[in-house]
Design a protein around this ligand. Structure first.
Ligand SMILES: [Zn+2]
Length: 254
């Protein structure tokens, strides 16, 4: 009986310092001397502990990276599918969305097999110029200039495809003086326009999902050949009908 009160873990030196934080094994949350049962003694081949070790590993750096990779692949797949849908829709009618903040905006339009992104900024020589511009653009004070504003664009106000595109690609940087015709001074605008064809977006965004699909197919095939658990890779041999680690059932052998 008294043996169980000792810190008997084989990988520990048995010094009093073993009660320091590193002794906080999962399942050993009881204080020493409070009648620690044999079940709480950390033994390396204890299935309880191997489960805890796996849980700890699940939150390691590699698993975080793997999770980020999975999320990125999923986003890539979503963009890929969305691009195909908007490609088809854009052949019938242009559509898009614009986000405005202050006097600038970012818009994305889908039309005629391409996506046109526009970023426009209006620069002012001084505060008076900005004030007179806002009074001209918003005479009733209805625009919440200091908030983000989102609007949907349709066939009448979406950005049309750029005329001088090469294989659907185009880029333009334009700038100029603004508001002269209406008597505004000190107003300059600058605009970036980028046009990318839908097929290019689909081509780029389908790579990660395709690679992932191929890899998972290969891993599954290899595990099947080697008699490993299809889900977690545990070597089941001829012993188990279902995986003792994850519970996955052995596939019916042919
Ligand atoms: Zn398994």
């Amino acid at each position: 009986m008294s043996v169980q009160l000792m810190p008997t873990s084989p990988n520990r030196s048995g010094t009093p310092a073993a009660t320091a934080p590193e002794s906080r094994e999962p399942g050993a949350g009881v204080t020493p001397g409070s009648g620690a049962s044999p079940a709480t003694a950390p033994v390396s081949d204890d299935p309880q502990q191997s489960l805890a070790a796996r849980r700890r590993r699940r939150f390691g750096v590699r698993s975080v990276l793997r999770l980020l990779g999975a999320v990125a692949t999923l986003l890539s797949l979503i963009v890929c599918c969305a691009s195909a849908v908007f490609w088809a829709r854009g052949l019938m009618a242009a559509e898009g969305a614009v986000a405005r903040y202050g006097t600038g905006f970012i818009s994305v339009s889908s039309t005629d097999g391409v996506v046109v992104t526009v970023i426009q900024r209006i620069l002012f020589a001084d505060a008076d110029a900005e004030q007179s511009y806002r009074e001209w653009a918003d005479p009733y004070g209805a625009v919440p200039w200091n908030h983000w504003r989102f609007y949907v664009l349709n066939d009448t106000n979406a950005t049309p495809a750029m005329p001088d595109a090469v294989a659907g690609f185009s880029f333009q940087r334009l700038s100029g003086q603004g508001g002269r015709r209406v008597g505004l001074r000190g107003v300059t605008w600058s605009r970036w326009m980028l046009q990318v064809p839908h097929w290019a977006i689909i081509l780029v965004t389908c790579v990660a999902p395709a690679v992932r699909l191929y890899r998972s197919h290969r891993v599954r095939r290899d595990r099947l050949e080697q008699g490993l658990c299809l889900k977690c890779g545990f070597a089941m041999g001829d012993v188990y009908h279902s995986c003792p680690v994850c519970g996955e059932r052995r596939p019916v052998s042919t």
